[in-house]
Design a protein around this ligand. Structure first.
Ligand code: ADP
Ligand code: MG
Length: 724
């Protein structure tokens, strides 16, 4: 079944339109032969790229009418993993389904020599660097003064040393070389993971067995003081960072529980922080799947959940009870050890505000001495001014001397990197730790770039009404066939700058989908002003394929993994290059081809488009596109104005000003003209006349009225209210 056939039933599509859409390989077809983005055969040089041409070739071979059947199952369940394709294109064998018996202990395998490590890491665009043990800022100062004569004795080793750890070439090595538990290895196999992505390839050995991973680099002095390492990891969107941080975390808990006398006990071992509830709950799900049958308890932080025993925090024998507690999957309730948090968990996944308020007493942060690992997912957002205080507060609470911090994102400015480094060092001094773990940075591909396996389109729509028209063209295939607008098939995400704009756009488009195709139930809106239960239900309906078009704000721009999403529409230009990279990274997950990212811009946006055009251009270069094929041409890039630093800051903080005000229908601009941003009532009334009898029901009208009420209350923010 083809959604567009349904969508276009009333518009009588041309053959051209349908055949065009049929020849496109889509992420929703559920096939990803290889999750890696950079997989040159054995290249030792850096020049080889994943060719866009390969994707085109793939698109022609792989598609046939049967795709229609595939396409309807947009969000294949996580168990239908891309690495175990279900179509006949599959080369990989499906993993054994029976995991009732834990895998036998493996035979140890031989380590690779340095040359082999180098070659593999390079061909996968993996760069691993040992960061300086001193504050980089101080180092820089020292460096400057070196020029003004410093004796050779004082000259230190290079600050950033490139290292070549053992890469993980197959998931089976996790058990044989790095000793993960048999149960976890089975869980991974059950989900079909076989070939590691680049970030898993570089990150997992380092986090699981740093000494083994760096056996060739032992002369670097990494382990002079501590056997632990911290990791700063920058890898593209959809490249499997979640597994890269979860496997070591779950493994750590399994090992601890094995050694512990209280086998069934729970002790908060790891905290995973993510910026949104949606992302946090996705991580909880992934962690639960990974720790199935291990007895480990993964908990998603909820409002009001008690983490520390506030009154008796010094009472080492406290054995308090909490409403939040429930039985673990084995039906046992664990006993507490010293300073045991009240909510029994081994792994806690949380948004920053929720956890910080749970550990804050007055102006103090209650220590969490049992926490051995702190994971910051989307670390650059968590350390951005908006969340910085909360994140650093949590970090502050993690007082265990052996704490390991790992930071993950697809984008990481140098300011964030140095903030992370200096926090690690400041913590060491504050806690007067004799030993300190070294920090390693792992970068996959080009830092701060959009994935090369999607198609970008930057479309000039001149005005706000022009954008609405252009979006409708995307929705209607007949219009699309005669224009330059790329093929975009549902399901897709539409991003707006603010909550009121998302609401207004939703009401505007509610009746654009014909009743035969499911009508208004196919379009939904998700933002932070909605209640948790509504947010959950929208996510579920979108994942199930009931909702085809999801209009949202930047709340869904980070981390959320809808596997088979075909495209992303930036209805409003993103406020920064990083925002663009993350928004468009919702498609093209795990190396899937065929995703489309469409960005509309108006006259008002022109001063801010350059950053995005640059990212598109770099991504197209990475994909090996010829200059003539590129959607962003050099002359266009040269012609675009470069925003000043001030403009960039303002943009990041507030977005394009022209879109912030004027949502009320009667608001006038300076010249007394009516502002037309996203028209609401007029469009709605217009369609009332066009719509078939009975298409608009009272209940739908109430939804609209509520939405408008919210707009009038001015509940708007780009990233607001995540914990709200
Ligand atoms: P990131 O955090 O880097 O944006 P995710 O961890 O959300 O990416 O993973 C994106 C998708 O890739 C998920 O659906 C995940 O199941 C899948 N995935 C991760 N690792 C692999 C792998 N090694 N093989 C196949 N699919 C993978
Ligand atoms: Mg992620």
């Amino acid at each position: 079944m083809d959604i567009l056939k349904l969508l276009s039933r009333s518009t009588n599509p041309t053959n051209k339109a349908s055949s065009a859409s049929n020849t496109t390989k889509l992420p929703s077809s559920g096939v990803s032969a290889n999750p890696q983005l950079f997989h040159d055969a054995t290249s030792e040089t850096r020049g080889k790229k994943r060719k866009r041409g390969d994707r085109k070739a793939g698109a022609q071979v792989g598609q046939n009418e049967e795709d229609d059947g595939d396409v309807i199952d947009f969000f294949s369940t996580k168990s239908a993993n891309p690495i175990v394709p279900t179509t006949k294109k599959s080369k990989a064998d499906a993993p054994s389904k029976s995991a009732s018996v834990e895998s036998p202990a493996p035979k140890p395998t031989k380590l690779l020599d340095e040359g082999e490590c180098k070659q593999i890491l390079r061909s996968h665009r993996l760069k691993v660097t040992l960061l300086p043990s001193n504050d980089p800022i101080i180092e820089k100062k020292v460096k400057k003064s070196k020029k003004n004569k410093v004796s050779k004795k004082d000259v230190k080793k290079p600050e950033f040393t490139q290292i070549y750890p053992q890469p993980l070439t197959t998931f089976s090595d996790l058990r044989s070389k790095y000793g993960i538990s048999g149960r976890m290895a089975d869980n991974l196999a059950q989900q079909g993971y076989k070939i590691p992505t680049e970030v898993q390839m570089g990150g997992l050995p380092l986090l699981l067995q740093p000494k083994v991973a760096l056996s060739e680099g032992s002369d670097l002095g990494i382990f002079d003081t501590s056997e632990n390492i911290n990791l700063l990891s920058v890898a593209p969107t959809g490249s499997g960072k979640t597994l890269a941080f979860l496997i070591p975390v779950v493994n750590e808990v399994v090992q601890r529980r094995r050694k512990s006398e209280e086998k069934g006990g729970h002790c908060l071992d790891a905290i995973i922080v993510a910026p949104t509830k949606e992302l946090a709950s996705q991580i909880v799900n992934e962690a639960k799947k990974l720790s199935l049958g291990t007895g480990i308890k993964v908990v998603g932080m909820k409002k009001g959940m008690k983490i520390v025993e506030s009154e008796h925090s010094e009472d080492t024998d406290s054995s308090s009870e909490s409403e939040e507690e429930d039985e673990d999957e084995n039906g046992k309730t664990g006993k507490k050890t010293s300073a045991q948090p009240v909510a029994k968990a081994d792994i806690l996944v949380t948004t920053p505000g929720l956890l910080l308020s749970a550990v804050t007493v007055g102006s103090e942060h209650t220590p969490l001495p049992t926490v051995k690992t702190l994971v910051l997912d989307e670390a650059d957002v968590l350390l951005d001014p908006l969340f910085r205080e909360q994140t650093l507060g949590i970090w502050d609470s993690c007082v265990n001397p052996d704490l390991r911090v790992t930071l993950w994102s697809a984008t990481m400015g140098s300011n964030i990197e140095s903030l992370a480094s200096s926090t690690i060092q400041a913590r060491q001094q504050r806690l007067q730790l004799p030993t300190s773990a070294r920090t390693i940075r792992l970068v996959v591909g080009l830092k701060d770039s959009a994935i090369p396996n999607i198609t970008h389109k930057l479309i000039y729509a001149a005005t706000e009404p022009g954008k609405l028209l252009a979006l409708r063209q995307l929705l209607h295939p007949t219009a699309r066939s005669t224009s330059n607008i790329p093929s975009l098939r549902p399901p897709f995400l539409v991003f707006t700058q603010t909550i009121p704009r998302a609401i207004a756009l939703h009401s505007e488009l509610l009746y654009d989908i014909p009743a035969e195709a499911g009508g208004s139930s196919r379009i939904a809106v998700l933002h932070s002003s909605l209640s948790d239960s509504v947010r959950d239900s929208v996510m579920t309906r979108f994942r199930n394929g009931e909702v085809w078009i999801l209009i949202t704000t930047d709340i869904l721009s980070r981390g959320v993994d809808f596997r088979g999403i075909n495209g992303v529409v930036n209805y409003d230009v993103p406020n920064s290059g990083a925002a663009y990279i993350h928004r468009v990274g919702r498609t093209g997950r795990a190396g899937r081809d065929g995703g489309v990212a469409v960005t509309f811009y108006t006259k008002e946006d022109i001063p801010y488009v350059k950053a995005i055009a640059n990212i598109i251009s770099a991504s197209e270069k990475q994909a090996g596109l010829e200059p003539s094929e590129a959607s962003v041409q050099k002359w266009f890039l040269d012609a675009l104005p470069t925003p000043t630093k001030e403009e960039k800051k303002r943009l990041k903080k507030h977005g394009v000003e022209a879109r912030r005000a004027g949502l009320e229908k009667d608001e006038k601009d300076g010249k007394g003209k009516k502002k037309m941003l996203i028209s609401t009532k007029s469009g709605y009334e217009r369609r009332l006349e066009h719509n078939r009898k009975g298409a608009i029901q009272g209940s739908k009208r109430r939804v609209l009225a509520q939405a408008e009420e919210r707009v009038d209350k001015g509940e708007e923010s780009e990233w607001g209210g995540i914990d709200g």
